[in-house]
Design a protein around this ligand. Sequence first.
Ligand code: PEP
Ligand code: MG
Length: 327
Amino acid sequence: SAALASATATDEAYIDSPLNIWLNLVDTDSHPPESLHGDTIAGIGLFRSESLLTERLSGFPSEEEQYAVYLQLCRRWKRYPVTIRMFDIGGDKTVPYFSLGPQDNPFLGLRAHRLYRFHPELFMNQVRAILRAGIECSDLRILFPMIETVEELKYLQELLASAMEEMKQQGTAYRHDVKQGVLIEVPSAVWILKDLLERLDFISVGTNDLLQYHFAVDRGNINVSNYYQPEHPSALRMLKYIADAASESGKQITLCGEIAADPYLVPVLYGMGFRDLSVDFHAVNSVRLSVPEGSSDGLENIAARCVSASSIEEVHAILDESGGSDR
Ligand code: PEP
Ligand code: MG
């Protein structure tokens, strides 16, 4: 598509970037994936804003510095929805000039909004910059990472409302109709999904973290990484539950994380009902090609069998037999 071509051609720096393309596979049957003309690019599915922090050597960027970055992003993707994730600091995302204090378990420690409780100004400056820049795009979305409970979401929504009120009082121009979403990446959020959905416009499933917390395994630790098993029925059943809950609510859902770009798993995810995937630029074509034209019914069937399988071996057998891609 033109958008993809211009984005890759004009900004090399974005190739290995915090930017994930939002790929919509709904029209796969009418637009053969072999064709680059099918408009399956739906926008920016995830902008990992922490990159603004981790790329610097000192000091948090000011509201103005952030505004300049978000403005560039919104202008470049003017015709498309742009989803900006609020800072997710902590866990694997460390900021060299900011200490989170001693932490034996960084992934279970001070991370994302847990930090805003101590430093609400981080959230306020960022959200102001995003809302100001968002005037320039057609569809602005903000994404709250690491939400565990409705209470945490309410807290951030209160901060958002107060930032808006403040800008209104100051006469600052900002985007009023921003869409709000949560990254479902902590298992506790799965079990209150309906309560969360009532307060949101969309959700995005952050499968890297969700599966890491689901299996209680650090994927980066070579001694235990084999316990990270995205195609295990235990993971597939959880993902299916999420897809169904979102579909019942009528709210939009995207899926991100590495499995969204895995040609072995994309057909199963598609069969489970996931149509919107957020993937790296590099993966766009292989993801499209992994769902062949006219395969919807067959994939639904395969996914249903995988979801009810009783072992990971059984899932592998179903996928191998269905002629899935090599692994
Ligand atoms: C995820 O957890 O799947 C996700 C998209 O966020 P990140 O990988 O940046 O933590
Ligand atoms: Mg995550």
